[in-house]
Design a protein around this ligand. Structure first.
Ligand code: TYD
Length: 205
């Protein structure tokens, strides 16, 4: 069986964790080996980089530093985890991948989507997801969802609502230019969202 690489994207609080978990359980019930990982992180080195990136004490981090740290963590997880798993026929589900750099660093931080797209390709050695689900929700909708979870905000989540708005526009822009990215209305109930995701994945099984 061939491996399949599936990624989930969206602004903070869009409901990715619920959907990635549902997907993993469903695909395992179908008898597939599934690996669920997250970015940044997923490797020992990547988790160290994640701490640097999300630590609120690092408020002076330059946007370019931030971008290279995300790309560094990505290069590591691709080499160490994702490529080997795919070559063994595992389905890899990644909670965020390079479209997050496109939207957050390229668009919202203003580093430029073209430059980020090039670096994304370099960091992954050209490995792109087979399918990407962009869980699209309004910034207000995401805030409501986050408030019910009651988690503390990390450095990037603390950047403010207008930043999240720009991130959302970045994802919309990425999705408009690439058939790989499937936009799902993330304001719907979790079962409805999951049904749409299942239908698309079934086409790849
Ligand atoms: P995380 O706690 O994983 O957020 P979430 O649960 O919303 O996915 O933190 C990751 C944060 O890093 C999140 O705010 C998005 C941001 N990010 C980028 O800015 N660029 C990237 O390339 C990636 C992968 C994440």
């Amino acid at each position: 069986m061939k491996g399949i690489f599936i990624t989930f994207e969206g602004i903070d609080g869009c409901g990715k964790s619920t959907q990635t978990a549902l997907c993993k359980t469903w695909l395992e019930e179908l008898g597939r080996n599934v690996l669920l990982v997250r970015e940044p992180g997923g490797t020992k080195i990547g988790e160290r980089i994640r701490e640097l990136l999300l630590d609120k004490k690092n408020s002076s981090m330059a946007p370019m530093t931030e971008l290279f740290l995300f790309e560094a963590a990505r290069a590591q997880i691709v080499e160490e985890t994702i490529k080997p798993a795919l070559s063994e026929g595992t389905i890899v589900i990644c909670d965020r991948f390079f479209d997050s750099s496109y939207a957050y660093q390229g668009c919202a931080r203003g580093l430029g989507p073209e430059m980020v797209s090039r670096l994304n390709m370099d960091a992954t050695g050209g490995l792109a997801p087979d399918i990407t689900f962009f869980l699209d929700i309004s910034v207000e909708g995401a805030i409501k969802r986050r408030n019910t979870r009651g988690e503390e905000k990390d450095r990037i989540e603390s950047a403010g609502d207008s930043f999240q708005e720009k991130v959302r526009e970045g994802f919309i822009r990425a999705a408009s230019g690439d058939k790989r990215i499937v936009t799902v209305d993330a304001s719907a109930d979790p079962e409805t969202i999951f049904k749409q995701i299942q239908d698309k994945i079934k086409e790849l099984l």
